[in-house]
Design a protein around this ligand. Structure first.
Ligand SMILES: Cc1cc2nc3c(=O)[nH]c(=O)nc-3n(C[C@H](O)[C@H](O)[C@H](O)COP(=O)(O)OP(=O)(O)OC[C@H]3O[C@@H](n4cnc5c(N)ncnc54)[C@H](O)[C@@H]3O)c2cc1C
Length: 427
């Protein structure tokens, strides 16, 4: 057990950001007996722009955190499969494999609820000190340049004109950057931003009374949005989360705002306009950046690690990031737990003892990310999309191959094999 920070004001870890990545890291560390300061600039519960899909990977980590039963309390959609629509209007429905120990593949649950469940768990952990409404503005460094803490101020003062008053400093043996896309920690470390070809611009809104919702999430690869995709996710409360994801490098080439592209598609695509004829939009459309794992950034150094979106770990095909955020939080906690055991004292943890975190990301998350990047590149082709979805719609054997691909990363590797494209072309 580490020394209580109430005595010497040195935390084992400071986590910046109380989203899924930060809460996961804080919970695993606290439950291993370490003292954590968990900071967020927002007051919880807070909104987060998201598609709200909770995948099998997320469910696995939430189970390890003993939080799975809490997910089922708020209204939620139960997901058992995927529907895909091609540019030429063909559609196919494929079942997802069930998540471990579940009767379904995943859920759709408002992020405000998912994140509140994680935040409440952190709040009830005696080893975690929570600091809300506090914006981290600077990293503290020791005489050797190693990160040894953070400083900042109340969130409402952070936006005021400098000099910023009431700055406070906190010290720790490691700082975990879990502050999402556009991370301040990444900037303060002097690391480059994610290039536009490795990040999605994504927008989403909620519509009530969309006709024909089912227990399938729906992806539309239609001309209005290519080379991006449009999603319709059933929320289980009479609403659908409807959104659009498109690479930032592609959206920069289009004159319309992504909100307009989404609204135009809903109003004009024949398979959507009929279903949205009596639907009512609720609230505003929100937009945010999705940093994809196809950009591999440095994610550790002397006294620091990056997790979740700050580490650019989102699946580059599906845009799913919560699962990798939760998993990376767990890997960081596991590594820091071991490093604290090896390096006693008050010095920042060395890059050498934090390096196993990066190795875990590479071995556990990167292979799937690489395959998804290949899928993303293939899905830029209208021709391939028509062939792929058309063939899956008409040929049960090909459909089975997709089901296998959804279930196993090994089967997914087929997209790298030229024979796969030959099979696609054969009748
Ligand atoms: C439109 C859209 C749709 C998406 N759909 C899905 C989906 O359906 N399923 C899925 O799994 N993923 C989806 N994602 C991706 C997912 O939202 C992210 O991958 C996920 O939120 C990453 O979690 P995180 O904890 O790393 O960051 P976040 O959830 O962004 O949390 C970061 C936290 O850091 C805090 N913070 C930021 N800066 C500071 C600072 N300076 N000081 C203190 N605190 C700070 C913020 O207030 C925030 O609470 C979607 C993303 C978008 C934009």
């Amino acid at each position: 057990m580490s020394t209580s920070p109430t005595k010497d004001l040195l935390y084992d870890a400071i986590v910046v950001g109380s989203g899924p990545a930060g809460c996961s890291a804080a919970l695993f560390l606290a439950r291993a007996g370490h003292y954590v300061l968990l900071i967020d600039k927002a007051k919880f519960p807070r909104e987060k722009v998201c598609g709200d899909a909770v995948s099998g990977k997320s469910i696995g980590v939430l189970r390890r955190l003993h939080l799975l039963d809490k997910l089922e309390a708020p209204a939620h959609g139960v997901i058992t499969g995927l529907k895909m629509v091609s540019p030429n209007g063909k559609q196919v429905m494929v079942p997802f494999p069930n998540a471990d120990g579940m009767q379904c593949a995943g859920y759709c649950l408002r992020r405000k609820s998912t994140d509140a469940i994680l935040y409440s768990a952190a709040k009830s952990e005696p080893n975690i000190t929570l600091l809300d409404n506090f914006t981290v503005l600077a990293l503290e460094r020791d005489a050797n340049g190693r990160v040894c803490g953070v400083s900042g101020c109340d969130a409402d003062r952070a936006t005021a004109a400098p000099p910023i008053s009431k700055a406070r400093t906190f010290r720790s043996r490691v700082v975990i950057g879990a502050d999402g896309a556009g991370s301040a920690i990444v900037r303060l470390l002097g690391l480059p931003g994610v290039p536009p070809e490795h990040q999605f611009m994504a927008v989403r809104g909620y519509w009530r009374d969309v006709a024909g919702l089912s227990d399938h999430i729906e992806l539309f690869f239609i001309d209005q949005v290519l080379p991006g995709y449009l999603w319709v996710f059933p929320m289980g409360d009479g609403t659908a989360n409807v959104g659009l994801g498109i690479l930032n490098s592609d959206i920069k080439k289009r004159p319309e705002h992504p909100n307009k592209i989404l609204l135009n598609a809903i109003a004009n695509h024949p398979m959507l306009s009929a279903r949205f004829a009596n639907a009512k939009q609720e609230g505003q459309i929100g937009a945010w950046i999705i940093p994809n794992g196809s950009y591999a950034r440095t994610n550790f150094g002397d006294g620091w690690v990056l997790v979740g979106d700050a580490a650019s770990l989102v699946d580059p095909f599906s845009g799913e990031g919560v699962g990798n955020a939760l998993s990376s939080g767990q890997f960081a906690a596991q590594t820091i737990d071991e490093a604290l055991g090896k390096e006693s004292g008050e010095e920042p943890l060395s890059a050498q003892s934090l390096a196993p975190y990066s190795a875990l990301v590479e071995s556990q998350l990167r292979p799937e990310i690489k395959t998804s990047y290949n899928l993303q590149q293939a899905s830029r082709s209208r021709f391939l999309l028509n062939m792929f979805i058309g063939k899956a719609a008409s040929k049960p054997a090909f459909r089975q191959m997709i089901i296998d691909m959804l279930g196993s990363d090994e089967a997914k590797q087929q997209v790298k094999d030229p024979l796969f494209y030959l099979k696609l072309l054969l009748p």
